[in-house]
Design a protein around this ligand. Structure first.
Ligand code: TYD
Ligand code: MG
Length: 454
């Protein structure tokens, strides 16, 4: 038997050190290292649900392709974020702020799975069976084959898995699960990692999907999902705020699909409902003929999405103007503004400039540059942009408009939503001449684009 070891683990990022440090060298967090002891395991003991077996390398050519075997979760938008359904044997982490809808979504998925594919085990360390039942009644689920297990001890959980033999497992939440093999407190990095690791082995050994729910914590008192990202196959995060009705689930990492794919849901009185046409939803409350508003086409994973960019340029009450952004990168906006000042002579030094993506969406791609530039200029000049026009394109430091990826897909989405004119990079125009009922204007520079818009 190995001697028990003492290590110090950062509760924020999971960095481990032999001695205590005031500041974590990995993530820079202060006072986040906590002493943790690992109880030595008897060699070869193995855990329940996971038996040691003989190992042998497998010839590549003999491995069956897995893509055909995806199972539908029964919730369209959830399938989409996962890359087209659930891959058996995957470990999926679902993170998000408390109260955003993680348990709601997973109970809905559990219900559909239990009806379609067999017994589903919902392990809940946070809520009692009755609380879950109450939520289920609200969601009006059938849950024919759904089993609830209010348990937090990993070894007990594995025993029940062995007995029930479920086709899918949901763990709500991973932070409440602890292993008796480890001495650290439940919720500490060692515990959470160990539990996740055991679930990974379980998922692979039984070829069933396992979903781990994890809370995002800022203070680092409980180990956050960040420390699990590299263990799991897929990481999904709930985005946006609770104040909006819609919820966005984004695949931050996916070993079996496109990263950055999003699923859009609406939170209703009866749970999360997939939104079939997100572009339409994001443009719903758009004001027409108001300065400072423009629609741009961005890509979220493999899906095009039309969103409204809003800008407000107003004289500052303080010495120098503030620059505030929501949903777009602040330094990117600062750079575009510097370009506007230098190339087009827009003097905004004495102005506060606010840029916002309507609907609480976050966009992170250079193709929105032209939209940001157009919105700021529109507000600065107090000239509205035609509501049936959309723009997209990357903008360089000299004011040139560069081509973007997936221009055809973006243009088609704009056409589908009834836009009449698209101002886009000239280099992307090829292949887009015949878009019915839409005028395509290819531009090479910001000057050209703005001349077209105003
Ligand atoms: P929940 O799934 O419990 O959040 P999490 O597990 O991420 O902490 O969601 C809780 C919120 O969702 C709560 O504010 C109420 C709301 N909600 C609805 O609006 N409709 C519903 O049908 C349900 C079940 C919850
Ligand atoms: Mg919950």
């Amino acid at each position: 038997m190995k001697k028990a070891e003492t290590i110090f683990a950062c509760q924020n990022c999971g960095h481990q050190s032999r001695k205590w440090l005031g500041k974590c060298p990995e993530c820079g967090e202060w006072n986040s290292l906590v002493e943790e002891r690992e109880r030595a395991l008897k060699k070869g003991s193995g855990r329940t649900g996971f038996k040691l077996r003989e190992v042998a390398a497998i010839a590549y050519a003999e491995i069956e392709s897995q893509d055909e075997t995806r199972v539908s979760s029964g919730v369209t938008e959830f399938d989409r974020v996962l890359g087209g359904g659930i891959v058996p044997g995957t470990l999926v982490l679902i993170g998000g702020d408390p109260g955003i809808g993680k348990s709601t979504l997973m109970l809905q998925v559990a219900d559909r799975l239990s009806v379609n594919s067999g017994a589903v085990l919902y392990i809940s360390g946070e809520e009692s069976e009755r609380q879950i039942k109450l939520r289920g009644e609200r969601l009006r689920i059938e849950a024919k084959n759904l089993f609830l297990l209010p348990e937090t001890n990993l070894e007990n959980i594995f025993q029940e898995v062995e007995r029930l033999n479920p086709t899918a497992i949901i763990v709500d939440s991973i932070q409440t699960v602890f292993s008796a093999m480890i001495e650290s407190a439940p919720g500490s990095v060692s515990q959470v990692r160990e539990a996740a690791h055991q679930f990974l082995l379980l998922a692979k050994n039984r070829t069933i999907p396992i979903f781990l729910i994890g809370h995002i914590t800022k203070d680092g008192s409980i180990a956050g999902p960040k420390s699990l990202e590299h263990i799991v196959d897929t990481v999904l995060y709930f985005e946006g705020e609770r104040h909006h009705n819609h919820r966005i689930v984004r695949a931050v990492k996916n070993r079996f699909g496109a990263a950055n794919e999003i699923g859009v849901f609406e939170m209703t009185g009866a749970g999360l409902v997939p939104v079939a046409n997100p572009s339409q939803m994001f443009l719903q409350e758009r004001p027409h003929n108001v300065a400072g508003s423009v629609v741009t086409a961005c890509m979220e994973g493999t899906r095009p999405l039309l969103v409204e960019i809003q800008a407000l340029v107003s004289e500052t009450k303080y010495g120098t103007g503030r620059r505030m952004t929501q949903g777009v990168d602040q330094s990117r906006v600062a750079l575009l503004m510097a370009m506007l000042e230098k190339r087009l002579g827009l003097q905004m030094l004495g102005d506060d400039v606010f840029v916002n993506i309507a609907g609480g969406l976050e966009v992170d791609e250079p193709a929105v540059d032209l939209g940001v530039v157009a919105a700021i200029t529109s507000s600065f000049k107090n000239l509205p942009i035609d509501p049936h026009t959309t723009v997209f394109g990357e903008v360089g430091l000299t004011g040139e408009v560069r081509g973007t990826t997936q221009a055809v897909v973006r243009a088609r989405e704009a056409q589908a939503l009834g836009f009449k004119k698209i101002v886009m990079p000239g280099s992307n125009k090829a292949g887009l001449e015949r878009l019915l009922g839409v005028t395509i204007v290819g531009v090479k520079s910001v000057e050209e684009a703005l001349a077209e818009l105003f």
